[in-house]
Design a protein around this ligand. Structure first.
Ligand SMILES: [Zn+2]
Length: 238
């Protein structure tokens, strides 16, 4: 075999490898790879908790990605687990220091909830949150403007698994089976349903060729409830 043939074979092989690893819209879930027909953003609120490492393992096993909206007091209680979230390749958002009812607070106290949390998340994990989610979905134009002034986009959700209300794993998976591309799904990593649900969520998404994605800014106002809107949509994870 001539050197030229060898070089050509090598080049073809390298090209094939490059294609296989090209960061196209491919997802790998439980050993199979597929082209993404759309994205769904999985979000976990209220952590970090002692259950978070198990959730991170489940995400790793299933090839899913998620955004964790951290509560400042829980970051103070579990700084190592907050760092694990980032080390696992997940994204972190601001969910206030005290899981506060923000609209009941003074402007100064509300601002303090947001600034303190972003500073704490950054010093603990090295990542400054770009996204903010108001606890209980309770917000006002002043809350939204404060978050924006701190460089964050406010996001609510489009699908609530209600895992916080004692729902079963079946109930949680059922919500995921109804998602549409672009949806933002609310879950909580401290809930016992989180780990068992994730394996089945991966299957449900794969069966519909949907991939777990990141939060992206949307110029369209997405409706939440009671006239409340937000500017976010699920997009390709990067
Ligand atoms: Zn919350």
């Amino acid at each position: 075999m001539s050197h030229l043939v060898l070089v050509l074979l090598l080049a073809t092989g390298l090209l094939a490898v490059a294609r296989a690893h090209r960061p196209s819209a491919l997802a790998s879930a439980q050993g199979t790879t597929y082209t993404c027909a759309g994205y769904v953003a999985l979000t976990f609120d209220d952590g970090p908790s002692t259950n978070t490492p198990a959730v991170l393992n489940a995400l790793r096993r299933t090839g899913l990605k998620a955004t964790f909206f951290l509560v400042g007091r829980n970051v103070q209680a579990h700084p190592d687990i907050a760092r694990l979230v980032v080390e696992a390749g997940m994204k972190v958002g601001n969910h206030t220091m005290d899981h506060a009812h923000l609209p009941t607070l003074s402007q100064a106290a509300m601002r303090q909830e947001l600034t303190q949390t972003s500073a704490l998340i950054e010093t603990t994990t090295g990542r400054r949150p770009a996204w903010f989610r108001p606890p209980f979905g309770e917000t006002t134009p002043a809350v939204e403007a404060t978050a924006r002034g701190l460089g964050m986009t406010q996001v609510i959700w489009s699908r609530d698994t209600k895992d916080w209300a004692g729902r079963s794993v079946d109930d949680v998976v059922q919500v995921l089976s109804q998602v549409r591309p672009g949806d933002i799904v609310l879950m909580h990593d401290a809930q016992r349903t989180a780990v068992p649900a994730l394996a089945r969520i991966a299957e449900v998404l794969r069966s519909r060729r949907l991939c777990s994605g990141q939060l992206d800014y949307s110029s369209t106002a997405e409706p939440a409830w009671d006239g409340l809107t937000y500017h976010a949509i699920a997009g390709r994870w990067s």
